[in-house]
Design a protein around this ligand. Structure first.
Ligand SMILES: [Zn+2]
Length: 144
């Protein structure tokens, strides 16, 4: 007890691989890895697991969050205006990864689009009504 510095937990090794730790801690772990074969073994296991694609949910979340499509891209996706590759990426991101952030974004875009569409349709109906009534006027006022 007490002979070792702060114990290095598996999560820290993960973060170490992601270079997500403060610089002093990165150096400590680097040193520890040189001294401690067990620790080095642990790190190797993590790398192997990552290579196999067996990553934790939290990790997937973290990685995918970095590759979230932009709002513009999501908008284009809704309109079906994305190239097939990009559309596939977005679909996987939304459906397989189930990114909550992007799903919320998408729902928001969708409701806005629907609102705009409704406005457009209402305007169209107004136009038609107006057109019909003025047509009515014209045809009727042309009569003697
Ligand atoms: Zn996302």
């Amino acid at each position: 007890m007490g002979s070792e510095k702060a114990e290095i937990r598996p999560e820290e090794l993960e973060a170490f691989l992601d270079e997500a730790l403060p610089a002093p801690r990165m150096r400590e772990i680097e040193e520890a890895l040189r001294r401690d074969r067990n620790l080095a073994e642990q790190l190797r296991a993590i790398i192997q697991r990552r290579d196999l694609g067996l990553v934790s949910i939290a990790e997937v979340w973290r990685r995918q969050r970095l590759s979230c499509p932009s709002r513009d891209t999501l908008g284009a996706y809704l309109l079906g205006a994305l190239p097939p590759d990009e559309a596939r990426f977005v679909r996987i991101h939304l459906e397989r990864i189930g990114c909550r952030y992007c799903l919320a974004n998408l729902a928001d875009l969708q409701s806005r689009m629907e609102a705009t569409q409704e406005q457009k349709e209402a305007a169209q109906r107004r136009c038609q009504r107006y057109f019909r009534s003025s047509l009515h006027h014209l045809t009727h006022s042309a009569e003697p």
